[in-house]
Write a protein that binds this ligand. Structure first.
Ligand SMILES: Nc1nc2c(ncn2[C@@H]2O[C@H](COP(=O)(O)OP(=O)(O)OP(=O)(O)O)[C@@H](O)[C@H]2O)c(=O)[nH]1
Ligand SMILES: [Mg+2]
Length: 410
């Protein structure tokens, strides 16, 4: 029983503290134990975010609104009123259903297309979780099937309806059911929109094109080098994680175009990876024909050369099939001896040598460019006709499009 509490009508006496205990208690600083402050239960979100969340209705609202409006704009042609009534009901059902199906297909289209590409599929899986895009697409497909079935049943119902009231009831029932089907997939439509927005904000890498991925620790000078090597003009600043998502520029190799991909910095921590790092690793793993691993030996990036070398070593082990070309940058700040390529994005020093090294590592083209026919002999050539394109072109082969060199496995 707690001391000092009332027990059966009397208060138990509190025992006298010993002198030692009393002295210790007096000399010690008074520690007031407070009850933990409980914060309000609602999650802390910014006012702007909260108002945006409140203001935005779920996707089903606008989809159903458009569909039902289209359904109500029908003008049936029929000789008798009952015939026109029946046709109106049928058209309302068919048109609103077709509008919903078209909207659902449009919502799914960008993600469905991206899911066929290895790089984009991996990016989405890493950002939104494995199979997130596929699951949302499957649910939308299932909803489409259910809507088609529901539409067939509702149309049949209108054929059986004996009068105007029964037709109205059939249309109302259809609208109610279809609304709940569409509302059910609101989270999936939201997810697909989120994925589509994410993909839209990223540049599209052309599959099968030679791709140079520029990667390394943060703040080492990757974006500066990408700007030197390609048409891209990424943001350059003296702090880590200036680049938070991939950016693409192009370089003309004379015979082909090279995609040059700038990536966010990677810290190479084994326990955790932030979304920007994951994006860089995906580019290395899924898109790169060659990786240009940028090292900053000056220390101005804030990361030691040893840390950077350690990540380089790990990448050699993790991606054994990807050619990784290490290059030290900021050579204008530090001159050090060694065999490794050295460049300065600031002065352009060593860029030509770097280009030569990149070209040397590009995979050999599958078919060399056909030499131009000399002008005097060109008249002897049999002119190309459509019949030649059939495959049995005989002695003189039809001119063929140049094959592109094999790019990243996609
Ligand atoms: N002196 C000198 N400075 C350089 C060179 N290359 C880059 N820098 C500087 O290094 C800093 C970082 O350059 P960025 O190109 O933004 O580096 P990054 O690796 O893309 O950085 P993150 O995107 O944050 O990972 C900037 O202040 C650049 O001006 C160089 O060759 N010489
Ligand atoms: Mg950058």
């Amino acid at each position: 029983m707690p001391i000092g509490t009332r027990s059966a009508g009397r208060i138990l006496p509190r025992p006298e503290p010993t002198r030692r205990l009393a002295a210790a208690t007096l000399s010690a600083p008074v520690a007031v134990r407070r009850a933990p402050v409980t914060m309000p239960q609602s999650p802390v979100i910014s006012r702007k975010k909260a108002s945006a969340t409140l203001a935005r209705p779920p996707p089903s609202v606008s989809i159903l609104d458009i569909a039902f409006r289209r359904g109500s704009l029908v003008t049936p042609h029929g000789k008798t009123k009952p015939e026109r009534d029946r046709l109106r009901a049928e058209l309302k059902i068919v048109r609103s259903s077709a509008t919903i199906l078209r909207h659902l297909r449009l919502e799914a289209k960008p993600v469905r297309e991206a899911m066929t590409l290895d790089f984009e599929r991996t990016l989405v899986a890493r950002r939104f979780g494995s199979g997130a895009g596929e699951r949302a697409l499957t649910r939308l497909e299932r909803a489409e099937q259910r809507i088609r079935g529901l539409t067939r049943d509702a149309v049949r119902e209108t054929h059986r309806a004996p009068n105007h009231e029964a037709l109205g009831a059939a249309v109302r029932a259809f609208y109610g059911r279809i609304s709940s089907f569409v509302r059910e997939i609101d989270p999936d439509i939201e997810r697909l929109r989120e994925i589509a927005r994410y993909l839209y904000e990223r540049p599209h890498l052309v599959p099968g094109t030679l791709t140079l991925v520029v990667a390394g620790f943060p703040n080492v000078g990757k974006s500066s080098l990408v700007a030197r090597l390609s048409s891209a003009r990424p943001k350059v600043a003296d702090y880590p994680f200036t680049t938070l998502s991939i950016a693409v520029g192009h370089a003309d190799l004379g015979f082909d175009r090279l995609q040059v991909v700038d990536t966010p910095g990677v810290l190479g921590r084994s326990d955790r990876t932030n979304p920007a790092e994951a994006e860089a690793e995906t580019a290395v793993e899924r898109a790169a024909t060659i990786v240009l691993f940028v090292l900053d030996p000056t220390g101005s990036s804030g990361y030691s050369l040893a840390e950077q070398e350690s990540l380089l070593g790990r990448w050699h082990e993790t991606y054994p099939t990807v050619p990784i070309l290490p290059v030290e940058t900021k050579s204008d700040l530090l001159k050090r001896p060694g065999d490794r390529l050295r460049v300065s994005a600031a002065t352009g020093d060593g860029i030509e040598t770097l280009w030569a090294a990149i070209r040397a590592r590009l995979p050999p083209r599958t078919e060399p460019a056909e030499p131009e026919a000399p002008p005097e002999r060109s008249e002897e050539r049999v002119p190309f006709t459509e019949a030649d394109d059939g495959g049995d072109a005989g002695e003189t082969p039809a001119p063929r499009a140049r094959k592109r060199p094999r790019g990243p496995a996609r």
